[in-house]
Write a protein that binds this ligand. Structure first.
Ligand code: HEM
Length: 241
């Protein structure tokens, strides 16, 4: 065997070993988590243009459509990130389920916070929420009567879709629950990812956990401001239908 093929083999084997180790798998969960949180910030900023008026949010949505290579690049990155995030989380569950001796389960329960205990369940519910959300706004299946409205200029009328959508109390309730569970999920997830990536230490860990909670609930406040403003505070009240 030549020297170069031996070294390639070592790299491949060590890469494979890394990805099979708990550290490697946690790192992938953490990095994909960072990508998803970045998306959440970008998506929130785009959505908040609703407060600037219908022209703003409609042209923002139109720009995204016009830059379709960029849109599809982001979509592919998101889909890959979601798949890897879920797949490696499941591998880690499996690993901890087979590695945890039964008698330590009680102790682990006491030592962990409510956020870390709910992270698996909240993760599943967040996934279900995202599917519902795509069915609602992207695929137009939940309220089809509002999904295909156009502006006089022929743009997709995202403003009206959101305002009419959030006049429905069930839809608002559903979003509130989904977004609250997302915040619970992020509260623990963001705090732990610094530890996973080795950036944290015993002294900094509480700081990162607090920062994680702030980021999670800041995102929550930003997102819920939209349905609540429509439902309770008359955002888009000039629209009659
Ligand atoms: C009140 C909260 C939210 C509002 C008002 C909102 C609004 C929207 C709208 C209007 C679209 C469709 C854009 C279009 O087709 O032109 C959309 C797409 C999307 N939203 Fe949200 N969103 C919210 C929360 C979230 C959350 C919390 C997540 C993720 C956990 C999320 C993930 C997505 C994704 C993945 C898409 C598809 C983007 C694409 O077309 O590729 N959204 N959202």
């Amino acid at each position: 065997m030549s020297l170069s093929s031996a070294s390639t083999n070592t790299t491949v084997t060590s890469g494979r070993t890394w990805i099979c180790s708990s550290m490697g798998q946690k790192t992938i969960v953490a990095l994909t988590g960072i990508i998803l949180v970045l998306f959440l910030f970008g998506h929130l900023l785009g959505n908040l243009t609703i407060f600037l008026g219908s022209d703003w949010i409609n042209s923002y949505a139109q720009h995204l459509k016009d830059w379709s290579p960029l849109l599809w690049t982001v979509r592919v990155i998101l889909i890959v990130a979601v798949i890897l995030h879920i797949y490696f989380t499941m591998l880690l569950w499996n690993r901890s389920a087979t590695a945890t001796p039964r008698k330590t389960v009680f102790r682990t329960h006491i030592q962990t916070s409510v956020f870390s205990r709910t992270i698996r369940l909240s993760g599943l519910v967040v996934f279900a929420f995202v599917i519902f959300h795509l069915a609602h706004f992207t695929w137009g299946l939940v309220q089809p009567e509002y999904a295909h409205l156009n502006t006089p200029q022929g743009q997709h009328n995202v403003f009206e879709m959101m305002v009419y959508g959030f006049r429905n109390p069930y839809i608002v309730g559903f979003y509130m629950m989904g977004l609250a569970l997302l915040a619970f999920h992020l509260s623990h997830g963001i705090g732990s990812l610094f530890q996973t990536l080795g950036i944290s230490n015993r002294r900094l860990q509480p700081v990162f956990h607090m920062a994680g909670r702030w980021i999670a609930w800041l995102l929550f406040a930003g997102y819920v401001s939209i349905p609540l403003s429509v439902f309770f505070f008359g955002l888009g009240k000039d629209l009659v239908k």
